[in-house]
Design a protein around this ligand. Structure first.
Ligand SMILES: C[S@@+](CC[C@H](N)C(=O)[O-])C[C@H]1O[C@@H](n2cnc3c(N)ncnc32)[C@H](O)[C@@H]1O
Length: 276
C-alpha cells in the first residue's frame, strides 16, 4: 500500500509551539529528573506539581501521565498559548487524566486555588528571568515559597558560561527532510551594565520563508550566585545545584548530578532545587 507523504513543513503549515517543543523541550526527561530528585530529598514521591510559565503545559501533562494519583496545575499568562496546549496535549490525555490537570491563565506572582499547598513548583527554560530586578525576583521566589505545602520543593533551571555574555547565534538541524527545520537561537542583545539581554528564536524551513522572531525573550542574565542568594533571602533552605555531565563531544549528556563545584566552560545548563 502506498504511504501518503506528509506535506513538507513550511512557515504556512508549521505550529511554532510544536517547533519550539521539538527543538528545546524534553518534558519526559525533565519530569524524570524532578520525580527522582524529589524522592531523594523527601524519601517519598511528590503528588501535586505546579508548572509556572507552563506555555503549552507539555510538562504538566507528562506529570499527570506519570502516576495515577499525580495532579498538575499549569500557570501561564498567555491565553492563545494555553489554548494551543489544550488542543495539542490536553486533548490527548484520557478523561480521567484531564480531571487531574488544571490550567490557570494568571500571573505566577499571584498563585491561587489548586496552585497553593503543592509539593513541587517548576520554573523551567529560564522563564523566571523575565523578572529583571532583585525586588521582582524576590517577590516571585517568596510567592513560590508561600504556595508550597510542607515539604515542598522548588525546581528551577539555569544557563551560563562564557557564551551567554556574547551576541551570537547557534543553529541546529532538527528532524528529517520533509518535517525537518533549522532552529536558530539568536542572542541578539546584551548590555553588560545591566545584564539585560534579548534572545530570539527563529525557524528556517527547506522551502519558503523563515519564521523570524517566532519567540522573543527580554531577560536579565542572572548569575547562579545571584539566584542562590535570592533563594536564600526568600527563606528557602538547602539550595542545591545539579550540574550536567559531559558527552565528550563538547555537549551535555543529560545527566545532572549534585555538585558544589561547577566547570569554567563556554556553556552550561544546571538544575537548582530549593526546599521549603
Ligand atoms: C519560555 S516560555 C516557557 C515554556 C515552557 N514552560 C518551557 O519550559 O519550555 C515562557 C512562558 O512564560 C509565560 N509568562 C511570562 N510571564 C509570565 C507571568 N508573569 N506569569 C505567568 N506566565 C508568564 C509566557 O506567556 C510564556 O508562555
Amino acid at each position: 500500500m502506498a504511504r501518503t507523504k506528509l506535506p513538507i513543513l513550511t512557515r504556512a503549515t508549521a505550529d511554532k509551539h510544536d517547533l519550539y517543543e521539538r527543538a528545546v523541550q524534553c518534558s519526559e526527561a525533565e519530569i524524570e529528573f524532578v520525580d527522582k530528585a524529589y524522592k531523594k530529598i523527601r524519601g517519598k514521591p511528590a503528588r501535586v506539581l505546579r508548572e509556572d510559565f507552563c506555555g503549552t503545559a507539555a510538562t504538566a501533562c507528562e506529570w499527570v501521565r506519570l502516576r495515577k494519583d499525580n495532579r498538575a496545575i499549569g500557570v501561564d499568562l498567555d491565553g492563545p498559548t494555553l489554548a494551543n496546549g489544550r488542543k495539542r496535549h490536553v486533548s490527548k490525555l484520557s478523561a480521567e487524566q484531564q480531571a487531574r490537570l488544571t490550567l490557570q491563565q494568571r500571573n505566577v506572582l499571584n498563585p491561587s486555588g489548586p496552585g497553593l499547598g503543592v509539593d513541587v513548583v517548576l520554573a523551567m527554560n529560564f522563564s523566571y528571568w523575565i523578572f529583571t530586578t532583585r525586588e521582582q525576583m524576590l517577590k516571585y521566589f517568596r510567592a513560590v515559597r508561600r504556595s508550597l505545602g510542607a515539604g515542598g520543593v522548588f525546581f528551577l533551571d539555569h544557563y551560563g558560561g562564557a557564551d551567554s555574555y556574547l551576541e551570537i547565534k547557534e543553529r541546529r538541524r532538527i528532524g528529517g527532510p520533509r518535517r525537518g527545520f533549522t532552529y536558530v537561537w539568536d542572542q541578539s542583545y546584551y548590555n553588560p551594565l545591566t545584564n539585560e539581554k534579548v534572545n530570539r528564536i527563529h525557524f528556517e524551513f527547506h522551502k519558503g520563508p523563515a519564521w523570524r522572531n517566532a519567540f522573543v525573550y527580554r531577560w536579565r542574565l542572572w548569575s547562579l550566585v545571584e539566584v542562590r542568594e535570592l533563594l536564600d533571602d526568600a527563606g528557602f533552605s538547602n539550595v542545591t545545584v545539579y550540574w550536567e555531565g559531559d558527552d565528550g563531544k563538547g555537549g551535555g549528556d543529560g545527566n545532572f548530578k549534585v555538585t558544589t563545584r561547577g566547570e569554567a566552560c563556554r556553556c552550561y545548563i544546571a538544575y537548582i532545587t530549593a526546599e521549603k
